[in-house]
Design a binder for this molecule. Structure first.
Ligand code: HEM
Length: 444
């Protein structure tokens, strides 16, 4: 325990966007660049060291507006990173997200052949993410970003996605998001569940011990890998009208619709957890950051309050008895919504593209993100072996099943369609600040 307490994270070398939660409300932009000229790419990395603030400046006045810079495996190759270093990266990062499609359930309409161009192609090299509390501050941050890459010939902006908090500050299915966050030892940022012990820093930043007691595999050389981490971004289209239609078709009153939505998510749309408010919504609880994540599942082994198959109980079973060590599969999420909201009461699809730019941050793409996606979201072996998938974000195909435990008899919903379609994404590495300089200083 003494060792846990004394851990010192080199915050001044870790990109700020890694550890710090996004502001609420927020405006964000994702900009993808291709490097056509290695020297221009290296110059961008040099300029990025000024652009990116460190996790040490978390409490500065401008601390809620920032840019994060990440590089894909193809990007590292375009920058001319030596082969020995390239080979030291995690294999799934080297393969890239499109190659991992079968493991991720990106099949059928979510398969890479249907992804938005250029997502899933080797052209994505650098990912710039700008986040701010409003559009005006975002524009100022973006201007600094543009100054860094615009006058450099040999760099091409190939894709861009704007994201804005919806007026309701909910995601497109109508739920409050961004509630549950792990605490990271040494970061100074508290987690949101007082009953969850802080996580070893190595779960989220390379160069420190993780929950296994060892060190996560770190890319070489140390000057490059240390204080870096992996990130996953996924553009997830949400079929909001279809979600509403499904709730309506399987309920006889608006109250039942809300209860069914809550059973699928594990929280009422207000954010209030079923674990603490199983029968009725409690908007005050949902809005209270000191209470809305203060719960475990051990008192609800049958899932009578929070179904074992609900989105949040799958994605983080907390202390529920499941196969596997829950603390090895926790993640930092940095999702932001894109696209216009579907107006209240509308149940017909208006054709608009809306969804979440889902972002994972962690030291282990495979045992954190890929494991949760494949074993917990898209399978049910860990909770007893049925063929059900996550009713909200799972790869259902129209024949999906969702069980709501109830007394005297459980309810089993049939015919779940796919509410979330993958539009593309990529695996990235977020270098530490010294590592950005290491990239800038690479020579032929
Ligand atoms: C469009 C797709 C998705 C939507 C609409 C969605 C929505 C939500 C919402 C509303 C919450 C509850 C708020 C909170 O606890 O912060 C949540 C929690 C969470 N989601 Fe998702 N999510 C989506 C996809 C995913 C995916 C793909 C993953 C991982 C592979 C994931 C992992 C998690 C995790 C780990 C939590 C926190 C659970 C907890 O600690 O209780 N989500 N999500």
């Amino acid at each position: 325990m003494a060792e846990q307490k004394s851990i010192r994270l080199e915050l001044e070398d870790i990109q700020g966007g890694v550890l710090r939660p996004r502001p609420t409300p927020y405006a964000a932009a994702y900009i993808l660049l291709r490097i056509d000229d290695r020297k221009a790419g290296r110059e961008l990395m040099r300029r990025a060291t000024d652009l990116v603030s460190s996790a040490a400046s978390l409490s500065s006045p401008a601390g809620d507006a920032w840019i994060r810079v990440a590089v894909t495996f193809q990007g590292l190759k375009a920058l001319g990173v030596p082969q020995a270093s390239l080979a030291s990266f995690a294999p799934e990062f080297q393969q890239g997200m499109a190659a991992r499609a079968p493991e991720l359930g990106d099949i059928g309409e979510s398969a890479p052949v249907h992804w938005e161009t250029p997502l899933g192609t080797p052209d994505i090299h650098v990912v710039l993410v700008a986040v701010a509390p409003n559009a005006e501050r975002l524009e100022r941050v973006l201007e600094r970003g543009r100054n860094a890459y615009q006058q450099l010939s040999g760099l091409e902006v190939i894709w861009r996605q704007e994201c804005y908090a919806l007026p309701t500050e909910k995601e497109h299915f109508g739920f409050k998001d961004g509630i549950s966050h792990p605490a990271v030892e040494g970061s100074g940022i508290p987690g949101s569940n007082p009953q969850e012990q802080p996580f070893k820093a190595g779960e989220f930043v390379l160069g420190y011990r993780d929950e296994t007691g060892g060190f996560p595999p770190m890319p070489e050389p140390e000057a490059f890998g240390r204080n870096g981490t992996y990130a996953v971004f996924r553009k997830l289209h949400q079929r909001a009208a279809m979600f509403r239609q499904y709730l309506r078709a399987n309920s006889s009153t608006p109250q039942q619709e809300e209860l069914l939505a809550a059973k699928m998510m594990g929280r009422w749309r207000s954010g209030a957890p079923l674990a603490l408010s199983p029968d009725n919504d409690n908007p005050e609880l949902g809005a209270n950051p000191t209470r809305n994540n203060d719960f475990l599942y051990a008192d609800d082994p049958l899932g009578l309050k929070t179904p074992a198959g609900s989105h949040i109980r799958r994605a983080n079973p907390r202390d529920a008895s499941v196969a596997g060590a829950v603390r090895l599969h926790r993640m930092i999420r940095r999702g932001t919504a894109y696209g216009p909201p579907l107006p209240d009461g509308v149940v017909e699809d208006d054709g608009a593209d809306r969804g979440i730019m889902f972002v994972f941050v962690g030291s282990h793409i495979k045992r954190q993100f890929e494991f949760v996606q494949s074993e917990w979201v898209n399978d049910s072996t860990f909770i007893g072996g049925s063929s059900e998938k996550d009713p909200v974000s799972g790869a259902n195909d129209g024949a999906g099943v969702f069980t709501v435990p109830r007394r005297p008899v459980r309810r089993r919903l049939q015919g779940l369609p796919r509410f979330v379609v993958t539009r593309g994404g990529e695996y990235c590495f977020i270098p530490g600040l010294r590592a950005l300089r290491w990239l800038a200083d690479l020579r032929e």
